[in-house]
Design a binder for this molecule. Structure first.
Ligand SMILES: *Cc1c(COP(=O)(O)O)cnc(C)c1O
Length: 378
């Protein structure tokens, strides 16, 4: 039972859809699939912008989203309050961008006012982009995308480039309403399909920036993908079977409806957090900045890695650990994508037993389950 923030569980419908011979990617039949996928991806992204599919993991989508619209020497503001924010700074530097980081302690949200201060002071309009991780998977923190975006819009010139890898399909991101320029995501997260496909949405303003952007690129040159997508095609051989899976997954999402999907993630977040509080386990992210995809927990007296290994051995539940300095300090419960209420109850129950077997004396057997069950009863 995968309760990690990616790869996430895959429905049987999707697995079966992939269990077929690939067809030719230049065939009329495949064009029809691309046309359907593109229309449904726009629905999921709540946008009329281009949504392009790449054969890559989420990092590929973000790298493409950065290098297609910027030039070496360009000044960019990068939000860094965890492993992924840190990564976008590294990618930017690798391509010669001049990076200014806005940081927050791991486990805290980025302060939109710090973005606003930098952007307001930039009267010469030298800041070309703001790069931001929406749901910081390494800590379970959801950054305030709307507020930071507001500051970017007041600046007027800078693009906003968003890592939505663990927020797209979990919480509403109205791309057109907010005017988000570039939004990257990956198949093994909210999409309910295995790893290997990445997605990037691109606004008209970003395409304008593309015209003068000079970062080197070839395989990730997004104009190639746009040109092909406009003709219901792909520039290179795409992962055909994953796209069968995506077709099934997007149909499932449409049957459930966006509002229901977001409500389910919200409910799972609330139930998980309520259960941890009832068990006396400190949450790593504050209530007002809780990721809809992942809950990070910082147990006080038991090593988080011990909890993970017991959960794995006794209950076959895979939880994620802490990264870097948080290894052993936190464990993370993924509730992203194909997860139902019953999965949360099973996970909390397994965790209660695990804590008891590890001698975690504060735990009150049943308290976590009761708290989660109460959320589901409402
Ligand atoms: C998983 C993830 C990514 C992408 O990682 P890949 O391993 O390249 O798919 C990017 N950002 C966040 C926030 C993620 O959770």
């Amino acid at each position: 039972m995968l309760m990690i923030p990616g790869p996430t569980p895959v429905p049987e419908k999707v697995l079966l859809a992939m269990a077929k011979h690939p067809i030719g990617h230049r065939s009329g039949d495949f064009s029809k699939i691309i046309a359907e996928l593109t229309a449904n991806l726009k629905w999921l992204h709540q946008t009329q912008n281009d949504v392009l599919m790449l054969t890559a993991s989420g990092t590929g989508a973000m790298e493409a989203g950065i290098i297609n619209f910027l030039s070496p020497g360009d000044r960019v503001l990068v939000g860094n309050n965890g492993k992924f924010g840190e990564r976008w700074g590294k990618v930017s530097k690798a391509f010669g961008l001049v990076v200014e980081e806005i940081t927050a302690e791991w486990g805290k949200a980025l302060d939109p006012e710090e973005f606003r201060a930098k952007l307001t002071a930039d009267t010469e309009k030298t800041i070309k982009a703001v790069i931001l991780t929406h749901s910081e998977t390494s800590t379970g923190v959801l950054n305030d995308l709307a507020a930071i975006n507001q500051a970017v819009k007041e600046h007027g010139e800078a693009l906003i480039i968003v890592d939505a890898v663990t927020s797209l399909g979990a919480v509403s991101i109205p791309i057109d309403e907010l005017g988000l320029d570039v939004v990257g995501s990956g198949s093994q997260k909210g999409y309910m399909i295995p790893p290997g496909l990445a997605f990037v949405s691109v606004s008209a303003k970003a395409w304008k920036a593309y015209e003068s952007a000079k970062c080197p690129r070839f395989y990730l040159d997004l104009k190639k993908y746009k040109k092909a997508t406009d003709e219901d095609s792909s520039p290179f051989t795409p992962p055909i079977n994953l796209m069968y899976g995506l077709q099934a997954a997007l149909q499932m999402m449409q049957a459930e409806g966006l509002e229901n999907i977001f409500a389910r993630h919200q409910r799972h977040t609330e139930a998980t957090r309520a259960a941890m509080k009832a068990l006396g386990l400190p949450l790593f992210a504050p209530d007002n900045a809780a990721s809809p995809a992942i809950t990070a927990v910082a147990p006080l007296t038991v090593d988080a890695e011990q909890i993970r290994s017991t959960m794995r051995k006794k209950f076959d539940v895979a939880l994620a650990g802490g990264q870097d300095h948080l290894k052993g300090k936190i464990f993370r419960i993924g509730h992203l994508g194909f997860v139902c209420d019953r999965d949360i109850l099973s996970c909390v129950g397994a965790l209660e037993s695990t804590l008891q077997s590890l001698g975690y004396s504060d735990v009150q057997p049943g308290a976590g389950i009761a708290a989660a069950a109460k959320v589901f009863a409402n």
